[in-house]
Design a protein around this ligand. Structure first.
Ligand code: AMP
Ligand code: MG
Length: 346
């Protein structure tokens, strides 16, 4: 009788411990809307309610701090202070701005000039065209191009930056969300989070044991609600760049928000979306935009230089959708209906 009671007590105790572990391993989610309203979502595993509340407070503080550095549309941001800076003397910038400048310089080089955050004058020119409904003249494009070229930025070892060309301005829209996701991952790891997903509006990163399943947005629709499929990944970035969400309409034609620095014109090479998997989120972000600019064939060539990254390219040829995917990705990729019909591996 005594041993029966003891077994019940031990059984109950084990039950309580298991229940507590299950509650602790529970996934917790939160979303907020920084950077002009993008959904910034965190999923963390193994955190108590109060730990996660503190995690989120720290995440928001860091994200808002970085937004005050990188936001080109906020006249008081640090980036606004250096945009249009005189070419005479190098300027001191914050470690965050210096660091994204160096990462951008790296991707400008690795993408053979396709990735170029100094295309701002061209972005503005095409944005104005969208508003007036008039295509820019060749001379207007040539004039804007004179202010573009990331190779005209130089750095000093003590963290100063110098624009060596008149009236340059930078836009980190192609790398900042991934870069911020990486910073948030660093912060969460430092706080003791062992497993999490950070998703800055389609610029995502996962870390921790096991695999994670990510949805890939269907590029026929904006809003990222519909999925073309899912992919299983372990640690690393999962970033999509595409023409299908942000564009301007001039006449009855859509023009991408991504500019080919070589031509000074919005990209128009048949690629609709690119997802890069692997590496850091900032590398995946910069690489995904670069591939959108380079087009399918040059992208497949360039990807050979980055064995740590896999990619999924979506192209439309004569009204037919085609998916080009890294061969190593195929076993982990599940595509829905029409997308599964024309899959090519490389
Ligand atoms: P993403 O969505 O990451 O592909 O970034 C697109 C954004 O990057 C655009 O909205 C522009 O702000 C900026 N951008 C456009 N063209 C380029 C380019 N060639 N290099 C770097 N950034 C660009
Ligand atoms: Mg990008």
């Amino acid at each position: 009788m005594k041993s029966l009671k003891l077994s019940i007590v031990i059984g109950l105790a084990i039950g309580v411990v298991v229940l507590l572990l299950v509650i602790r391993e529970k996934q917790r989610e939160a979303v907020f809307y920084p950077m002009g309203g993008i959904p910034f979502k965190i999923v963390a595993y193994g955190r108590s309610a109060s730990e996660f509340r503190d995690d989120m407070a720290a995440v928001k503080e860091r994200v808002f701090e970085l937004e005050r550095v990188f936001n080109r549309f906020d006249g008081t941001s640090e980036l606004s202070r250096i945009n249009g800076a005189e070419t005479v003397a190098p300027l001191y910038v914050s470690p965050d701005l210096f660091s994204i400048l160096l990462d951008s310089a790296k991707w400008h080089r690795l993408s053979h000039g396709a990735f170029d955050p100094s295309v701002t004058p061209l972005i503005e020119l095409w944005k104005r065209s969208g508003q007036t409904g008039r295509l820019p003249a060749d001379e207007e494009i040539a004039t804007a191009k004179k202010r573009v070229g990331f190779e005209h930025i130089s750095y000093t070892d003590d963290g100063r930056v110098l624009f060596t060309k008149e009236d340059m301005s930078l836009d980190f829209g192609a790398i900042a969300k991934g870069w911020i996701a990486d910073e948030v991952a660093k912060l969460l790891k430092k706080r003791g989070v062992k497993r999490a997903i950070i998703d800055a509006g389609g610029n995502a990163l996962a870390f921790g044991d096991g695999t994670f399943t990510f949805g890939i947005a269907d590029p026929r629709f904006s809003g990222r609600k519909e999925l073309m499929g899912t992919v299983k990944v372990s640690d690393g970035g999962v970033v999509t760049s595409g023409n299908y969400e942000r564009f301007v309409t001039i006449g009855d034609k859509r023009y991408s928000h991504i500019i080919n620095p070589e031509t000074g014109r919005p990209v128009n090479n048949g690629l609709t979306a690119v997802t890069v998997i692997g590496g850091s989120a900032s590398d995946a972000d910069a690489l995904a935009t670069s591939l959108m600019i380079l087009g399918k064939d040059r992208s497949i060539e360039l990807l050979k230089e980055f064995p740590e990254c896999e990619a999924l390219l979506v192209a439309n040829k004569d009204g037919v959708w085609h998916v080009f995917a890294s061969a190593s990705l195929l076993p982990r990729l599940r595509l829905a209906g029409p997308w599964a019909d024309n899959v090519h591996s490389f």
